[in-house]
Design a protein around this ligand. Structure first.
Ligand code: PLP
Length: 338
């Protein structure tokens, strides 16, 4: 595996810290919980997309793109970070937003990530109804721009294709290096999984290096079988891009969809509890859509005895706290009830 042969920009702050969560470990009675601070990657408040964009935007430059197109839900962190990356390169970013969540008022529609999208100079070309084929909508828009003489570069939702997933192959390498520096045996990795690039990149990286670190993706949307299938597909394509021989074993990909609740972006009691525990015991801000549900899964599985007391569990904080501002009413109600 030789990542340096792929074009890559330097957009973030790496390596991100890998630190113990002593208070939460004690509160929950073990195992030893660690946190990988991918919320601190930089690029307009950070998050997991910085790693993907280092490869995606390098590819865009190599292809001489003059405009970046991407898409996401209204409060998409991916959209915010893509606009920030494009701004740094002096490229225009044109984005399509999907009204995937409609239950929350003005703050959800205008604050949080949406506010920053505009501050960062992104152009919200359309805010489309939920459930439509957003990839197709981007392709149609890209064709229009081509007719006008532009050379658009289309980044899929979440930056999740093999090029974007290389960012999390790099994260797997980084974790292996840090674990050996810290003399830390990583027994499990847990993180939120959505558009799959994060888990696919990690799985591709760990299997390509024969390091066999188990990765558990806590789904924020799709049912378990579907999520595992999607992650497996992208991890396999990422291994192909890396030139890794052989088929990826199906059991290298494990997802858990027990913490989605009523659907994508819809708050759950366990997510709100996780937000509160991380905030009040570690001073760390999670987000309501991804890392909050990921941490809810981590906490519940600890309580159910899923991990051994002497094991080290690394939670990857994938960012997203900007989205908290879109959920003001929900969070205020929570704060009022303690
Ligand atoms: C904060 C945050 N965490 C986790 C994820 C999920 O990562 P992925 O889409 O690579 O599965 C996303 C993006 O969708 C995100 O914005």
């Amino acid at each position: 595996m030789h990542l340096a042969r792929f074009p890559r920009l330097s957009l973030g702050h790496f390596p991100t810290p890998l630190e113990p969560l002593n208070n939460l470990s004690e509160l929950l009675g073990g195992p030893k919980i660690w946190i990988k601070r991918d919320d601190a990657t930089g690029l307009a408040t950070g998050g997991n997309k910085t790693r993907k964009l280092e490869f995606l935007l390098a590819d865009a430059l190599a292809k001489k793109a003059d405009v970046i197109i991407t898409q996401g839900a209204t409060q998409s962190n991916h959209v915010r970070q893509t606009i920030a990356g494009a701004a740094k390169l002096g490229l225009k970013a044109k984005v399509l937003l999907e009204k995937r969540v409609t239950d929350f008022g003005e703050d959800y529609q205008r604050s949080g990530n949406v506010l920053l999208d505009e501050l960062l100079g992104g152009e919200i070309v359309a805010h489309l109804p939920g459930g439509i084929d957003m990839q197709q909508a981007m392709e149609t828009y890209a064709a229009e721009l081509r007719e006008q003489g532009h050379n658009p570069y289309v980044i899929p939702g979440g930056g999740s294709n093999p090029t974007g997933a290389l960012g999390y192959v790099a994260c797997a390498e980084e974790l292996l290096y840090q674990s050996s520096q810290l003399r830390l045996r990583i027994d499990h990795i847990v993180h939120a999984t959505g558009s799959t690039g994060t888990q696919a990149g990690l799985v591709a990286g760990f299997t390509a290096t024969h390091s066999h670190v188990p990765v558990l993706g806590i789904s924020v949307r799709a049912p378990k079988e579907k999520q595992e299938e999607n992650v497996w597909n992208l991890a396999s394509r990422t291994r192909e891009l890396l030139g890794v021989a052989g088929e990826l074993p199906r059991d290298a990909v494990v997802a858990n969809s027990d913490y989605v609740g009523d659907g994508y972006g819809l708050p759950t009691a366990s997510m709100l509890e996780a937000l509160t525990l991380f905030a009040r015991h570690e001073g760390i801000l999670l987000d309501p859509v991804y890392s909050g549900k990921g941490a809810a899964g981590l906490i519940d599985l600890i309580r159910k005895g899923h991990f051994r007391q002497d094991e080290n569990v690394v939670f990857i904080h994938t960012g997203g706290a900007v989205g908290l501002f879109g959920y003001r009413q929900v969070l205020e109600a929570r704060a009022r009830h303690g």
